[in-house]
Design a protein around this ligand. Structure first.
Ligand code: ADP
Ligand code: MG
Length: 865
């Protein structure tokens, strides 16, 4: 048994226990290393605060849960799994005697689903609450709800290193707040004098070299953003550290437990610990006298404008930077080298935004629905998320088919809740189970959730993008990764062989672990995997689609990297993607690059993982989400209305076809518009129309009692428009006009009697003695007239009349040269007075024509026949 050191929190324990005897809530604030995590929970257990129940401690990280359990068990002279156990996603170490459990926050919300009353738990401690993880916020709100309803005796304790304690104490019913000052020593902070352009690992190595040169006499803790940066820094620092007789030890969540222990526990040799922000507050390491702070952390968030997740390296807040520096002053005065300038520090936000304000809420909202909270916006949160992100989560869950319109969890949703995954991944798994490909789908879900198994994938985007670009082509990045994983499996996961295959052994192991654990959660053992079975591949691709129904994309142009997204906007496919030809894909992993890479030329979202789909699958699976538009367009060249019907999935065009059947009324309107723009003259001979209108006008004027309407060009235009009904082209329209369609429509404005009257009183043609079929000209406001050769009138005593004899036609008598000799209505008078003289002139000019002396006896030979 380890000898128990006295820790600052120890002196606070009696007060902690006393206050929890009569309060159901408590807030404890003490600096890192004071002993909160390792001393408070066992003290509560031993004092019987949990009654017959267990003490549960929620940790923000798996690493912290595992290490804390191990430490507490050790201090009790036990092993984890006896009195003290832990449970993180996919891993549980506990036994029949376990009474104190360290869990990650997400595990608790899941537990609440199967055991809504949390019956066997007496105390829940929310550790490191200042980290404000989404799942911690959710757990707190659910626990508080439980306490206020069916479990009033449940005790809730919130612990934190940096908390502004008042709001949480208030949320817990104005509970007491206990402070432990702990002991802290001065830390001398030095900032970079100016911006350093060197790579991060070079800056880290330089800082280490300087510390050693300036007489370093303890351990160094280096804060770096992630595992990749840690690996690079390790390579850069190893030589320098070795010269000084120091070890370089990495510390992050993806390492095996033994490696994590080695970084934390005392060693005979001095050490340089390269850590992510786990060592900021949740893990305390004794012996640290100097800190090197990159000022960076990997931060998961999601873009509020696009709803897309963003994982990037971000500058930590001032509060985090202060915590990091404080790690050097635990046991004696220390120093901290910040790899950024004082101005940079001053420009940072005071605190990190809590996750609930920046993460995708689909998973917690589904859990809320499952807990019967159908309206998450009215749920009593510790800090309510924005209505916008709650809406987005609800919308996604509906699209995934996890909840129905009333906010109830569907059968699919219930099946999804078996898996401790984002709803996208669990939806994919449920579909794959239905299609008999769950075995592979477990690997795919793990590949989506864990970090990239390709070694180069994390180190440098640009380099590996190019080398990968030369390599594979395929329908889906996930099927490609699945094959890579199968190769890794065939290589028995031997690290050297994985590295030779350019795979990251840690990531491969994580995918293996997670996929095996998922497989255990399936309803029935999946059939064994059959590789490269086209049918199975298709089932997998469809399953992938069901997890990303909101992220359908279509390539803008053949084989180009730009895609249009169903949600709107465009994205660019990563050059590392193997999906080079598929026209329709889903963007499984897409990154919003607006906030980062300010100097990058393109700020369009980057699709890192894509997977081919067929548009027919959308029809099969999401017919409700499809919409159709019909557009009619005038093709001026072809003088034709063209109808295009388009099928849309969101903003993505799925199908386009020329159609003839669509909406004849609208087509007629488009044709009419074009026809009227072209004008009446384009369809009907001007004089023909004018003649008809004049005939009507003539009859109306001559027989006012018949009440004929006034017809104008406007009526003709209206008739032309009417003639467009069921027609689509000028050719059809002209054909119809040629067959009298336009005039018939105008006639239709008259009654049958009026039409008969028109025919009778304003005939279109008349006959002369020497010629049949002479057209009568009607013109608005003028008497009707005809013209014909003078000889055609020989033998006639009077000219023809119209209007039932009321109106004599004006006769244009023409010489053989078609010049009018006379214009008259009085033929008899002409013969008598003018003809004798005219005849002489005509005989002289046209001697070969007959010019009889007596025109009434003259041979009126029909010259046209
Ligand atoms: P707090 O939660 O207040 O930050 P902890 O309870 O985690 O503090 O740790 C208190 C002290 O116990 C640490 O300062 C460290 O000295 C020691 N300690 C905790 N965990 C370990 C461990 N796994 N190995 C060695 N020492 C540990
Ligand atoms: Mg702690």
């Amino acid at each position: 048994m380890t000898r128990k050191l006295r820790l600052p929190v120890d002196s606070l324990l009696p007060e902690v226990i006393a206050s929890l005897r009569h309060s159901s809530g408590l807030v404890i604030v003490a600096p890192p290393g004071a002993g909160k995590t390792t001393r408070v929970p066992p003290a509560l257990l031993d004092a019987g605060i949990a009654g017959d129940g267990e003490v549960w401690v929620l940790e923000p990280r798996r690493l912290a849960a595992r290490m804390s359990a191990r430490r507490v068990a050790e201090e009790r002279g036990e092993k984890p799994g006896e009195t003290v156990g832990y449970q993180v996603r996919f891993e549980e170490v506990s036994g029949p005697r376990t009474r104190l459990r360290f869990l990650t926050e997400g595990v608790l919300t899941r537990r609440l689903l199967s055991d809504p009353q949390l019956k066997n738990v007496g105390v829940v401690v929310l550790d490191e609450f200042h980290e404000r993880h989404l799942q911690a916020d959710l757990a707190l709100a659910l626990l508080r709800r439980l306490q206020r309803t069916v479990r009033p005796e449940l005790k809730l304790v919130a612990m934190s290193a940096t908390l502004a304690a008042d709001p949480i104490a208030e949320f817990l019913g104005n509970c007491p707040i206990l402070h432990s000052e702990g002991r802290r020593f001065e830390v001398a902070i030095e900032h970079a004098a100016s911006h350093d352009n060197r790579l991060l690992h070079e800056q880290t190595a330089a800082a280490l070299r300087r510390l050693i040169a300036e007489g370093l006499d303890g351990d160094v803790l280096v804060f770096l953003p992630g595992a990749a940066e840690i690996r690079q820094a390790q390579a850069a620092c190893e030589g320098i550290a070795a010269e000084a007789g120091m070890l370089v030890l990495p510390l992050h969540g993806d390492l095996p437990a033994a490696a994590q222990d080695r970084a934390v526990s005392p060693t005979s040799q001095r050490k340089v610990i390269l850590s992510t922000n786990v060592a900021e507050t949740s893990i305390t390491i004794d012996g640290v006298v100097a800190v090197i702070d990159s000022g960076l952390a990997r931060v998961a968030s999601h873009s509020p404008w696009s709803g897309l997740p963003v994982l990037n390296v971000a500058r930590v807040s001032q509060a985090s930077a202060v915590q990091r520096a404080g790690r050097a002053g635990r046991t004696r005065p220390g120093r901290c080298l910040r790899l950024y300038t004082a101005q940079d520090f001053a420009a940072r936000p005071a605190h990190e935004a809590p996750e609930i304000q920046r993460l995708d809420l689909a998973e917690p909202v589904l859990e809320l629905h499952a807990a019967g909270i159908t309206d998450p916006s009215s749920f009593e949160w510790f800090e309510a998320p924005s209505p916008h992100s709650l809406d987005a989560a609800d919308r996604l869950l509906r699209q995934l088919g996890a909840i129905d319109d009333d906010g109830r969890v569907t059968e699919t949703g219930r099946l999804m809740l078996r898996f401790p995954l984002h709803p996208r991944q669990s939806r994919l798994l449920v579909e794959a189970e239905r299609r008999g490909v769950a075995d592979d789908a477990c690997v795919i879900a793990a590949l989506i959730g864990e970090r990239d198994i390709r070694q180069t994938g994390i180190l440098s985007d640009r380099r590996d993008e190019r080398s990968e670009a030369a390599a594979a082509t395929g329908p889906s990045d996930l099927l490609y990764l699945l094959d890579l994983f199968a190769e890794a499996e065939a290589a028995k996961f031997a690290p050297e062989r994985l590295r030779a295959m350019n795979l990251d052994p840690g990531a491969v192991m994580a995918v293996d672990r997670v996929s095996r654990q998922l497989r255990r959660m399936l309803n029935k053992r999946p059939a064994a995997r059959v590789h490269s079975d086209p049918q199975a591949d298709e089932a997998l691709l469809i399953s992938i689609l069901t997890g990303c129904p909101d992220r359908v994309a279509r390539r803008r142009r053949k084989n180009e990297a730009e895609l249009l997204l169903s949600g709107g906007g465009a994205a660019v496919l990563s050059p590392a993607s193997v999906v080079r030809t598929a026209e329709f894909v889903v963007a499984v992993e897409i990154e919003d690059r607006r906030q980062q890479r300010q100097n990058s030329r393109s700020s369009a979202p980057l699709i890192r993982l894509a997977s081919q789909i067929e548009p027919e699958w959308l029809l099969d699976l999401f017919s409700d989400a499809l919409s159709e538009t019909n557009e009619l367009r005038w093709n001026a060249q072809a003088e034709r209305v063209e109808a295009t019907s388009r099928l849309w999935y969101g903003q993505v065009l799925i199908d386009e076809s020329r159609s003839v059947t669509a909406e004849p009324d609208k087509a007629a309107r488009v044709l009419a518009e074009a026809a009227l723009n072209a004008g009446l003259r384009a369809f009907i001979d001007e004089t023909e129309l004018a003649r008809f209108l004049a005939r009507v006008e003539f009859v109306a004027r001559t027989f006012p009692e018949a009440g004929l309407p006034e017809l104008t060009e406007a009526d003709a235009r209206a008739a032309l428009a009417e003639l467009c009904a069921k027609r689509r082209s000028f050719a059809e329209l002209r054909e119809a006009v040629r067959h009298g369609g336009l005039i018939s429509l105008l006639q239709a404005k008259l009654t049958a009697e009026q039409i008969a009257l028109l025919a009778r009183m304003a005939p279109e043609r008349t006959s002369l003695a020497g010629r049949r079929n002479v057209r009568i000209n009607y013109e608005a406001g003028r008497p009707p007239w005809i013209e014909s050769r003078l000889q055609d009138f020989f033998g006639m005593t009077a000219g023809p009349v119209v209007a039932g004899g009321r109106v004599p036609l004006v006769l244009h008598l023409l010489a053989p040269n078609h010049r009018p000799v006379q214009v008259t209505t009085d033929l008899a008078g002409f013969w008598q007075r003018i003809y004798p003289q005219t005849r002489r002139e005509l005989s002289r000019r046209y001697p070969r024509h007959q010019w009889p002396e007596d025109p009434l006896r003259g041979q009126a030979k029909d010259s046209r026949e």
